[in-house]
Design a protein around this ligand. Structure first.
Ligand code: ZN
Ligand code: ZN
Ligand code: ZN
Length: 991
């Protein structure tokens, strides 16, 4: 000390330093206030100038590929929060896989064909007083194309604004020439496999839009229908069932909620495994399932109480007996079907036919166990009718009106006819009972009107057609290969069987996806792929003008597809059939050369399902199959399904190895968002006010496997979280001012122990973040980083090292040690935030000292070391537990006004045993740990805990560092500072 004083005295002739200027205040261009709404567009422009996406591509050359295939959003409306969330989650995958060291190109796509655009264009034409039919198909298609182009341009602008990098200049469009050609070719592949047929079978039909609908195009809503109990007189001799019924007037009772389907009745189905009963009502006898006798008698107010049962018999007794239609002169065949059930909850979402519910009467306390069967108006009806050789009968036209052969009701629309049929049956005395019935009923996704099941000639892809010469026979030797109830536990490899096997192989995230997909596949009917519309890819099939033979042939289809490749699918309209066929193409049946083109287009789900082939297989930077698909839960029946079908047709396997499902976006109360309800969070507005980063952080902050809630208040919390993390980064950057990594870094073994502790914590969080990114659990990335930034760093580490960073001489090794840690922390935070906070991470990146890539998006995630830091972490965890107690005691002293700032305090600790040893080992750190001026440690034998006493600090306050010291005043040059500051000032003078 004498020496030191001497030296200070010798220098005292020089002007003493200005104390304020000797404090190392943080300095950085990284602003506290983010101004994201203004700064993001500037950064986007910079990325654009850099052509960042392609810089990344070049940087990734030669790395293993990781392919996330984009499900195409529909190119119609502007994006909403759900669309934004979907794309942001995909961007998290792309960017995190890139930073993990994969080559992860992103080719976005747009779904451009289909009904919503047609409807939109029709409405626009109506406003101009024009009709669709006033235009030729080419013109109408051109307007649709323009509409899709405009919509996808504005969507692209919005997606780019969200910070999503990708092939935006060259996305895939289902309406591009190449894509349309590939779609047609894929239809040819199905044809080649023998999976395509044209047939009349019931499909969902929208009366307003006058087109067939796919499974994924109907949604279920409450609907009120008439529920009726109707008598069908038995024509066969009732003695055949039971001698007790000989000579009686016997009726089979059916129940239905679709009276309009009764004119199409051809049969009645009963379950062969159930018992049925005949009970008396006056001179009439009614047949219903035994379990339902009492319920039916009570509901219809018939029979005695209790009902007098004349005979009980198994359902099989009724097989192939004949009833007469309730009012028409036509027989109704009694058939056996396992589809007929008496119980079980009818699940409207998975049912294929609303009339399914009628077969589960116990759930609705309605029904008779005898099911009215109309082959043209129900899936199960169709299957069972076919097995019994009944025709497919559908006396309802495309507008939903009865055809002329329907007596009494010809020309009436089916929904209007419902009540009239009920009245008609009442007058005829065939109606036992009717009431209103509320149930979930399928509606058109587009126009929201109730739909019907209607058999029309359509093109189908057979789910159970066997792809070989093997013809499967059932026990009776009948060919079952075409039956849709031929479930895939058979060894035969039908489309359904392969699809289910592939579903089991694919990894579903969350894991319940496998059940959902399997159930959907087990229950789905043949895929109806034809639509009676214009805006799409035409089904490339020709009919012979003379003999009407259809030509569906892969070679012919490929020929047409080559023309689409050059001229787009419009060629179907701009050319005659003969110009689309190979030259001199002749009908094999009759030798004619005149052809008629099929007028139907393909289901848009066939279009989008083709994407794995049209895009993954056709672009050099991609590959088939994809590693992962990510979409909402509505895509099990939609894109996940159609993509799987097409993958199997092309390559006998799924086009994806993993499928991730995200939830819906809901408001804070868990309700769906609607503009009209005023609860919609609009991405555009959020971006304008707070920046795209806030939407991205919101996507990462909640678990997307569940539904995601958003509201102004929720977003406010996200912004608070953002500010905290930004401040953490800013502290690191501010204290790295002047730090040159190559010159100033301290080797890890020479670092202060608390700095090594901070790096050990960083290593731990890095492992956590890697694992979370790997598992696509972005909410766990957020959670880990948020806790690290706010607790580990802000509340602990930064608080403790502030004194060292601010008051030590700039080049002091202890200060350099902290800075070395800060640089690693700042660098790692930028990388780990990189995939989520794409703008902020890049901004952190460019404010870090040292040479580095031009953008964070060219960098990799930090790698965690395998070194074991457990002992270090555990030791410091114990110190922090003591610190928490000390901080609490200091807070109490402050509240009691015994101290002002914590630096005015001295902490006296008394501990014994291992606690004492721990504190003794870190004695010189304790004052910094507690942010007090002095700590006294005593070894007492009193108990296991640590006793804490707070008193006033000794000495006087140092003007420079505000710590109290008994040595203030010992320096003549700097009479107002403490001994630590004197030493620091001396160092500074020498620098
Ligand atoms: Zn509709
Ligand atoms: Zn012919
Ligand atoms: Zn001081």
């Amino acid at each position: 000390m004498a020496l030191l004083l001497l030296r200070i005295q010798t220098m005292s002739t020089e002007t003493p330093l200005d104390l304020k200027k000797t404090i190392n205040l943080p300095k950085t261009a990284f602003a506290q206030k983010a101004n994201l709404a203004q700064s993001e567009p500037v950064r986007l422009e910079k990325w654009n100038k850099l052509d960042l996406y392609h810089l990344i591509r070049r940087a990734c050359e030669g790395r293993p590929k990781f392919i996330m295939h984009d499900g195409p959003p529909y190119a119609n409306a502007n994006i909403h929060l759900g669309t934004a969330m979907n794309k942001v989650l995909k961007d998290f995958i792309i960017k995190s896989r890139t930073m993990m060291g994969f080559d992860t190109p992103y080719v976005p796509g747009y779904d451009c064909h289909g009904l919503p655009i047609e409807t939109h264009v029709e409405k626009a034409l109506e406003k101009k007083g024009k009709k669709k039919n006033d235009l030729n198909a080419e013109t109408f298609r051109r307007i649709c194309r323009e509409h899709a182009e405009n919509a996808l341009k504005s969507q692209t602008r919005d997606f780019k604004r969200l910070g999503i990098l990708g092939e935006w200049d060259n996305p895939y469009l289902t309406m591009s020439n190449h894509y349309e050609a590939e779609t047609a070719r894929m239809f040819g592949r199905f044809v080649e496999r023998g999976w395509v047929y044209k047939g009349a079978r019931p499909v969902y039909w929208c009366l307003k839009d006058q087109t067939a609908l796919a499974e994924a195009e109907v949604e279920y809503h409450q609907h009120t229908s008439p529920s009726v109990y109707v008598k069908f007189p038995l024509l066969s001799d009732p003695a055949e069932i039971d001698p007790a019924l000989a000579g009686r007037k016997v009726f089979v009772l059916i129940w239905t909620t679709t009276p309009w389907t009764l004119p199409a009745n051809l049969g009645i189905a009963v379950n062969p495994n159930y018992e049925y009963s005949a009970f008396e009502h006056g001179d009439e006898v009614y047949i219903v399932a035994s379990d339902l006798v009492e319920a039916v008698a009570a509901k219809c107010n018939v029979g005695e109480t209790p009902p007098k049962v004349l005979a009980r018999f198994p359902g099989t007794k009724l097989d192939r007996l004949e009833a007469r239609h309730a009012w028409l002169d036509r027989t109704s065949l009694m058939m056996m079907s396992e589809f007929v059930t008496l119980g079980g909850e009818a699940d409207a979402e998975t049912e294929l036919d609303v009339r399914e519910a009628e077969k589960k009467p116990a759930a609705s306390k309605a029904g008779t166990g005898c099911v009215h069967t109309a082959s043209g108006h129900g899936h199960d009806d169709f299957v069972i009718s076919r097995r019994y050789g009944l025709e497919v009968y559908c006396p309802v036209d495309h507008a939903g009106r009865f055809t002329p052969d329907v007596e009494h009701f010809a020309g009436q629309s089916v929904f209007e006819a419902n009540d009239r049929i009920v009245e008609f049956m009442r007058e005829r005395g065939v109606l036992l009972f009717s009431e209103k019935f509320d149930h979930r009923y399928p509606h058109c996704w587009r126009c929201k009107n109730p739909v019907i099941f209607r058999a029309t000639p359509q093109w189908f892809i057979a789910m159970d057609q066997v792809n070989s010469d093997v013809v499967e026979k059932d026990e009776d030797g009948r060919d079952r290969s075409n039956f849709t109830d031929n479930l895939p536990d058979t060894p035969v490899r039908s489309l359904r069987a392969v699809a289910i096997a592939e579903t089991e192989r694919v990894k579903w995230i969350p894991a319940w996806g496998v059940d959902r997909m399997r159930n959907m596949l087990k229950g789905r009917p043949d895929w109806c792929v034809s639509r009676q519309r214009v805006w799409g890819v035409n089904i490339p099939v020709f009919y012979c003008a003379r003999c009407n033979d259809a030509v569906a042939d892969r070679a012919v289809i490929d020929h047409v597809a080559d023309i689409f490749e050059k001229e787009s699918g419009d060629a179907w309209y701009t050319h005659d059939a003969k110009d689309l066929l190979p030259e001199g193409f002749t009908c094999k049946g009759c030798g004619a050369q005149e052809w008629i083109k099929e007028s139907d287009i393909l289901d848009v789900w066939f279009d989008s399902g083709t994407s794995s082939i049209a895009v993954l297989e056709n672009r050099a930077e991609l590959r088939w199959p994809a590693d992962v698909y990510l979409e909402g839960g509505d895509q099990f029946r939609g894109w996940f399904n159609s993509s799987l079908m097409i993958g199997i047709a092309a390559h006998d396997r799924a086009p994806y190895d993993a499928v991730i499902t995200h939830g819906w976006t809901l408001d804070a109360q868990g309700r769906a968002m609607h503009k009209s309800a005023g609860n919609a969070v609009e991405p555009e507005k959020v971006i304008k006010q707070s920046g795209a980063e806030i939407i991205r952080l919101w996507c990462a902050s909640s678990n997307y496997f569940d539904d995601m809630r958003a509201s102004d208040e929720i977003l406010q919390r996200v912004m608070d979280g953002y500010r905290k993390m930004r401040n953490t980064a800013r502290f690191a950057l501010g204290n790295l001012d002047g730090f040159e990594p190559e010159r100033d870094s301290v080797p890890v073994e020479e670092m202060e122990e608390i700095d090594r502790w901070a790096l050990a914590e960083l290593n731990r969080v890095t492992k956590e973040v890697w694992a979370a990114y790997e598992a696509y659990e972005f909410h766990n990335v957020y959670r880990a980083l948020y806790a690290f930034a706010t607790v580990t760093l802000s509340a602990r580490y930064f608080d403790i090292i502030k004194d060292r960073l601010y008051t030590f001489a700039p080049r002091n090794k202890a200060r350099r040690s902290a800075q070395t840690a800060l640089l690693q922390i700042g660098d790692a935070l930028a990388r780990m935030f990189g995939p989520i906070l794409v703008f902020t991470a890049d901004e952190i990146w460019e404010n870090l000292p040292g040479r580095r890539e031009e953008s964070i998006h060219l960098a990799l995630l930090p790698t965690a070391s395998d070194e074991n830091h457990d002992a270090l972490l555990a030791e410091w965890e114990r110190l922090y537990a003591i610190r928490d107690d000390v901080l609490r005691a200091l807070e109490e002293a402050r509240v009691a006004k015994r101290i002002g700032s914590s630096l005015e305090a001295k902490v006296i600790l008394n501990a014994s045993g291992s606690a004492f040893e721990l504190l003794q080992k870190h004695q010189k750190d304790l004052r910094y740990l507690f942010i007090v001026s002095q700590v006294e440690l005593g070894n007492s034998d009193a108990g296991a805990g640590v006793s804490i006493t707070i008193t006033d600090a000794d000495g006087t306050k140092c003007e420079r560092c505000w710590n109290y010291s008994t040595h203030v005043g010992e320096s003549e040059t700097y009479p107002t500072v403490c001994e630590r500051c004197v030493a620091a000032l001396q160092e500074i003078e020498q620098e």
